[in-house]
Design a binder for this molecule. Structure first.
Ligand code: UGA
Length: 442
């Protein structure tokens, strides 16, 4: 089966690789020539576990990548649209890439005379009602073909996570298909049941529900994180309190569940911050409000300051101090620093004249593009810790977990550790003389 994937960013490339590895013929399209040239060298433009291995296997066999959208539309039965929908400065979603793509697709559809019913599947995260009130009218203007008769457009939000994208794509907890058309419903259901050999949960619903499901899902997860971070901030002030124990206990209640209760410096990445603000913007435009989600956002914006407070509680004067930052990416197993807390914390520390050294297994090249010469980039943890007055752990990379307390003591001027991700059992560290380790929320 020939499938098109438009937009080879994080979602589009992961989807293309997994589909191609399952034997489908994938035509991937992007407008970014540089990105495609990297992919065509069998390399992913971003770090993601397993993706290079799959690219190596499928590229120029079941996966072909170029900028020819017209050919992609002509040859594909189903076209997945995975283009970015970044935030505008007012928090609304920038739909330009999506609109341009859909406009071009409709123009190309107009030229095709083979009588085949093609389906455009929107995977990009978009505000509710976008497909029906903006994309369908736009497509109608640009083609004489009839929506629902000659071709169709439906919603199929994606739930994969960076750092585990391939595994998430292979084992989705749910596939949501939003369509108001029986033929589209049948064809997309058939596509996914064949792809996953009947083992997948599929929810069929309307287009608007599918759009709302995605925003609600991310908003709820973000709220869970801000909720536990709020509790962690309270625990920080209560002697003997420990957010991890509390999270473990409440997580055993099946009505709550264990996941997304890890307190930390705040959620980052290309999704939660953007989608929470995008949903709030949508809600406001409808004349409603959602105070709980506003609080989720506010708590998250304040989290970097909570970490700065912890640093200040041990280093009263930051001016001129050497501070080591371990972990720059917004979470482990990715080189993505979009909306990463590390950027906010490094900026705050620089404002107070700290000298910053950083280490991260993957994200240094991206971080350099923001901070250039303003900070020192260290290839090893040892270099990063040397002569430091304070070490702040911001990302939970596995290699940081193996650092022994003795190494901090040996290398640092002052072994003060602020563990914002709680990767260490700081109680063990407390037995060492002259050692200060603060676990966030403890
Ligand atoms: C998130 C969702 O989890 C995916 O389901 C969704 O498909 C994706 O957004 C998207 O909309 O495209 P992602 O942003 O890749 O995925 O990463 P998450 O694992 O959800 O982490 C987001 C942020 O929350 C990270 O900064 C992470 O460190 C933080 N987090 C996560 C916590 O602070 N505590 C937790 O318990 C979990």
């Amino acid at each position: 089966m020939n499938i098109g994937v438009v937009g080879l960013g994080f979602v589009g490339l992961s989807v293309s690789c997994v589909f191609a590895n399952k034997g489908l013929n994938i035509h991937g399209v992007d407008i970014d020539e540089q990105k495609m040239s990297i992919i065509n060298q069998k390399k992913s433009p971003f770090f993601e576990p397993e993706i290079n291995e799959i690219l190596d296997k499928v590229l120029n066999k079941s996966l072909n990548v170029n900028s020819n959208l017209e050919k992609c539309v002509k040859e594909s039965e189903i076209i997945f649209v995975c283009v970015g929908t970044p935030s505008n400065s007012d928090g609304s979603s920038n739909l330009n890439y999506l609109k341009n793509t859909c406009k071009d697709i409709s123009k190309f559809l107009n030229k095709i005379q083979d009588g085949k019913f093609r389906i455009i599947v929107i995977k990009s995260t978009i505000p509710p009602q976008t497909i029906e009130t903006e994309i369908m009218p736009l497509m109608k203007q640009n083609t004489s073909k009839q929506i629902g008769v000659d071709f169709d457009i439906c919603s199929n939000p994606e739930f994969l996570k960076e750092g585990s994208a391939i595994n998430d794509m292979l084992n989705p907890h749910l596939v949501v298909i939003g369509t108001n058309n029986e033929k589209t419903k049948y064809k997309i259901n058939n596509f996914y049941t064949k792809l996953y050999s009947d083992s997948v949960n599929i929810m069929n619903t309307t287009i608007v529900n599918a759009e709302l499901i995605k925003y609600t899902n991310n908003s709820f997860l973000a709220t869970k994180i801000s909720f536990i971070n709020n509790i962690a901030n309270i625990c920080n002030k209560i002697p003997g309190a420990d957010v991890e124990i509390i999270a473990e206990a409440i997580g055993m209640d099946p009505r709550i569940g264990k996941m997304f209760l890890k307190a930390g410096p705040g959620y980052g990445g290309s999704c939660f911050p953007k989608d929470v603000v995008g949903f709030l913007n949508f809600i406001k435009l409808q004349g409603f409000s959602m105070p709980i989600l506003e609080s989720t956002h506010k708590i998250n914006q304040n989290q970097p300051l909570e970490i700065i407070k912890m640093i200040k509680s041990k280093l009263s004067d930051i001016d001129g101090k050497n501070i080591s930052i371990l972990g720059l990416s917004f979470k482990k197993n990715t080189d993505d620093i979009r909306e990463a807390v590390s950027i906010k914390i490094v900026n705050k520390l620089l404002e107070q004249n700290a000298k910053i050294k950083v280490n991260d297994p993957m994200a240094i090249p991206n971080f350099k593009q923001i901070f250039n010469e303003k900070i020192d980039y260290c290839d090893s943890i040892e270099d990063c810790l040397k002569d430091s007055d304070c070490c702040v752990i911001l990302t939970e990379w596995d290699n940081f977990k193996n650092i022994q307390p003795e190494m901090f003591v040996k290398l640092m001027k002052n072994p003060i550790i602020i563990d914002a991700r709680r990767i260490f059992d700081v109680n063990k560290f407390k037995d060492i003389a002259d050692f200060t380790a603060l676990g966030y929320g403890k």
